[in-house]
Design a protein around this ligand. Structure first.
Ligand SMILES: [Zn+2]
Length: 114
């Protein structure tokens, strides 16, 4: 969802960027700006974490190896990229990196679609 400013008087926008995945939420001034954060986001010392990354954190305990293992399993099953994003909370770049690693080790066809 994206809010776009339509008035010229108020140009200030409110932006939060997730420290983990880099997703950015921007609200134009005059739109429905939340008090301090997008729904579900948390702030820690000025660093913001989106809901998706928090869910991922909760699911894998912040353990990258556990996440990678799950991603590998999904890739071997031929799960689509977007499905894996939803299932693991990993971003597409992380998943592609796992796919390349699996292809290199011969576990996955290099041109497998996902
Ligand atoms: Zn995030």
């Amino acid at each position: 969802m994206q809010a776009t400013a339509t008035t010229s008087e108020q140009t200030d926008t409110w932006t939060r960027t997730c420290q983990d995945c880099g997703v950015r939420v921007t609200y134009a001034e005059g739109f429905d700006i939340p008090d301090d954060a997008p729904a579900g986001w948390t702030e820690d010392g000025g660093a913001w974490t989106c809901l998706s990354c928090q869910r991922h954190e909760a699911r894998f305990g912040g353990d990258p190896a556990a996440r990678d293992e799950r991603i590998d399993g999904e890739l071997r099953r031929g799960t689509g990229l977007h499905e894996i994003v939803r299932a693991t909370g990993a971003n597409q770049r992380q998943i592609r990196a796992r796919r390349v690693a699996l292809a290199k080790s011969g576990e996955l066809a290099p041109h497998a679609h996902a």
